[in-house]
Design a protein around this ligand. Structure first.
Ligand SMILES: [Zn+2]
Length: 270
C-alpha cells in the first residue's frame, strides 16, 4: 500500500478560479513504477505488476513451510548457541540505532533494551518458521457440510514491511467446504502464521486465502481484514482511527455475487 497521499490538484484549480491561469507546457506522462519500464505491455496493467511471493510460488513447500523468508530454514535448524549469537548480533545493531538517534545506550532504562528488542523482533517474525502441517495438525475432517463456514473478528498483529512498525486489526475468514472442513481454531492459527512476518495487508489477506484454499480445496474462500497501520495513524498521513480494509475472494465467492453478498451480510457489512 502506498503511504504517500494522492497529490492534490486543488492549487491549479484555485489559480484558474482566480483568473491567474496561464498555459503550461505539456509534460510527458510518467510511467508507473508498478508497470515497469518495458516499452510495450502485454495484457492489462494488472498482469504487468511486479511478481509477488504469492504468485511466484505455490502456497506450501514440500517441507511444509509456506512462503518462508530467505533465512527461515537457517533459523529453524539453528543450535541454541547459534540462536544466542543471532540474538546478540541483532542487539548490537539496535545499540547502533539507539546511539545514532542520540541516546545514551548505557543509561539505566535502555540497558537491556537491545536484547529485549531483538527477542521481540524474533517473536514478531516467527511466522516464517511455522510449518503448515504443525499448524493444521489432525484438524482436517471429512464432513458432508456444504454451507458457509465463517469465523469473524480474529485478532491479528503484524508488522508493516515498509516501516517495521505494527499494523493490527481483525480478520474475517469464510469458506464453503467441499467435503473437508478445518477445525475452527485453526483458522486463527493460520492467520497468526502469516501475520507474524513482515507484511503488507494485501499480501497477508491473500496468503491466508490461498493457503486455506490449498489445504481444503473448498468451493470458495473469502478473507477480509480491517487493520490500523501505525505508520499511517502516527505520522499524520491520515487521521487517527482510520482503518484499511482488504479482501480476497476465491472460487465461488469470486464467481457468485449471491455467495459474496451472503458473506458480507453475515459480516454485517450490508
Ligand atoms: Zn508502513
Amino acid at each position: 500500500m502506498s503511504d504517500t497521499p494522492a497529490k492534490s490538484s486543488a492549487s491549479s484549480e484555485h489559480e484558474e478560479l482566480n483568473g491567474t491561469y496561464s498555459p503550461r507546457p505539456i509534460l510527458p506522462i510518467k510511467r508507473s513504477k508498478l508497470t515497469g519500464s518495458s516499452e510495450f505491455h502485454v495484457g492489462t496493467p494488472l498482469q504487468t505488476r511486479v511478481a509477488s511471493p504469492c504468485t511466484l510460488n505455490p502456497p506450501i513447500d514440500s517441507d511444509g513451510l509456506s512462503w518462508p523468508s530467505q533465512g527461515a530454514r537457517k533459523r529453524i535448524e539453528q543450535t541454541p548457541e547459534e540462536a544466542e549469537a543471532r540474538e546478540a548480533r541483532i542487539a548490537d545493531a539496535v545499540k547502533v540505532i539507539l546511539h545514532e538517534l542520540g541516546e545514551d545506550v548505557d543509561r539505566e532504562g535502555l540497558l537491556e533494551t537491545p536484547e529485549r528488542y531483538a527477542r521481540a523482533m524474533l517473536f514478531f517474525t516467527k511466522g516464517y518458521e511455522d510449518n503448515i502441517r504443525d499448524v493444521i495438525k489432525r484438524a482436517v475432517f471429512e464432513e458432508n457440510h456444504d454451507e458457509m463456514v465463517i469465523v469473524r473478528d480474529i485478532e491479528i498483529y503484524s508488522l508493516c514491511e515498509h516501516h517495521l512498525v505494527p499494523f493490527f486489526g481483525k480478520a474475517h475468514i469464510a469458506y464453503i467446504p467441499n467435503k473437508r472442513v478445518l477445525g475452527l481454531s485453526k483458522l486463527a492459527r493460520l492467520a497468526e502464521m502469516y501475520a507474524r512476518r513482515f507484511q503488507v495487508q494485501e499480501r497477508l489477506t491473500k496468503q491466508i486465502a490461498m493457503a486455506l484454499s490449498e489445504i481444503l480445496r473448498p468451493r470458495g474462500v473469502a478473507v477480509v481484514i480491517e487493520a490500523t497501520h501505525m505508520c499511517m495513524v502516527s505520522r499524520g498521513v491520515q487521521k487517527t482511527g482510520s482503518s484499511t480494509t482488504t479482501s480476497c475472494m476465491l472460487g465461488c465467492f469470486r464467481d457468485h455475487q449471491k455467495t459474496r453478498e451472503e458473506f458480507l451480510t453475515l459480516l454485517g457489512r450490508k
